[in-house]
Design a binder for this molecule. Structure first.
Ligand code: SF4
Ligand code: SF4
Length: 380
């Protein structure tokens, strides 16, 4: 049976953390070899990862060192980067060279959202991947998605026939978060019978380094299980999920992940109850105690989606690693709404807020995090 764990290549081992291209080749080779030796075969990279050099690193560590039939390689069309139809072709060919392969086992439209959807329609991105599949250059076509369930529904209703699967951000903290809505996105994928690959099951490391109180609950139930194992097993237990990606950059992580995912067991009722408690504890440690009631947004003259921005802010304040997907969500939401910096300080929202939150002050914090210190990589 195919294993449910995939090797995520967004955070490969580095010699110098400040230099995203300083790959620790020896360690990477060992991680890849061990992963394969243990019966796991799926690797997920992308054109843009590691300053546009991850595909090349995976060619050297994986493609040039192992038989082509012994692994499955996934990469992605960078929807933010391509300029027109000809550019998609150029990038695709470049990716085949970068990866050293004639075809991709899996190929995804990368980071679909409201900021790129119209561009994809205009330049025929959905047709592009369909033609590559028909020509045998892609075996399985998918889409990674970072936006709201309504948009996912629209895309799957219009273009679902050409998509074999979707890749979603699913983890127990984002399950009900208004800014991500893991559960609802998964329900939409299930509605269209699209198998799901999970990205960010540990939310960029946040669910590895949980508050002590939460870790105690997990250890009391199973002293041997790591916090990461709870997060990965939560994601892998959901209906329709056939694979969960984990970014592994140490042997300890590969050994731990492959141990409990070798013969994967879904979470039982008792474990699910513990996850609920852990979620509650983590949420209690949130920076802004917004309940997402939306009372504040109705009269906002600038159409600022206040609770969505606060949810993103809470996520990023809990994040321990260099995690940038909240930035992506922020940019996507801001396409059709007011940005936090557009607040005019009328305080209508504060008068409406049942939690009496100093909303305008928090919006300034949002500006600092999401508009002044954007971590989204820019092509050099
Ligand atoms: S103070 Fe800002 S966020 Fe609040 S209602 Fe006015 S414009 Fe909207
Ligand atoms: S009214 Fe207050 S609690 Fe409700 S969504 Fe707005 S900020 Fe959050």
């Amino acid at each position: 049976m195919e294993k449910k764990l995939g090797f995520g290549c967004m955070r490969l081992p580095l010699l110098n953390k400040e230099d995203q291209t300083s790959f620790d080749t020896d360690t990477l080779n060992k991680l890849v070899d061990t992963f394969l030796e243990r019966g796991f075969t799926y690797f997920d990279t992308a054109y843009t990862y590691h300053g546009y050099h991850a595909e090349e690193a995976m060619r050297k560590a994986l493609v040039e060192r192992h038989p082509r039939a012994s692994f499955q390689l996934a990469t992605k069309l960078p929807l933010r980067d391509f300029k027109d139809s000809a550019d998609m072709e150029r990038i695709f060919n470049e990716q085949r060279t970068n990866c050293g392969v004639d075809f991709f086992d899996y190929y995804l439209l990368h980071n679909m959202g409201s900021n790129v959807y119209e561009k994809c329609r205009k330049y025929g991105a959905f047709d592009f991947v369909a033609k590559k599949k028909a020509a045998g250059k892609i075996k399985v076509v998918g889409m990674s998605f970072h936006d709201m369930p309504e948009l996912l529904d629209e895309i799957l209703s219009k273009y679902g026939d050409g998509l074999d699967f979707v890749q979603l951000q699913i983890n127990y903290i984002d399950w009900e978060q208004p800014n991500v809505q893991s559960r609802r996105c998964l329900e939409i994928a299930n509605k269209y019978n699209k198998p799901v690959i999970v990205m960010e099951p540990c939310k960029g490391g946040t669910l590895v380094n949980v508050p002590q109180e939460a870790e105690k609950l997990m250890k009391a139930y199973n002293p041997a299980a790591s916090t990461a194992s709870w997060a990965l097993r939560f994601a892998a237990s959901q209906q329709g999920v056939f694979r969960v990606l984990s970014g592994m950059n140490s042997m300890e992580q590969v050994e731990d992940n492959t141990s409990f995912m070798a013969n994967f067991l879904p979470l039982n009722e008792e474990e699910n109850a513990i996850i609920e408690k852990v979620t509650k504890i983590i949420n209690e440690k949130t920076a802004v105690q917004c309940t997402a009631c939306e009372y504040c947004t109705h009269g906002c003259p600038k159409n600022i989606p206040i609770p969505k921005y606060f949810a993103l802010y809470n996520s990023i304040m809990r994040t321990t690693g260099s995690f940038s997907s909240q930035m992506v969500y922020y940019n996507n939401i801001a396409i059709n709404h007011g940005k936090a910096s557009e607040c005019i300080g009328c305080k209508q929202c504060e008068r409406a807020c049942p939690q009496h939150l100093p909303i305008t002050k928090y919006l300034n914090d949002v500006v600092e995090k999401f508009e002044k210190n954007s971590m989204i990589p820019i092509r050099k």
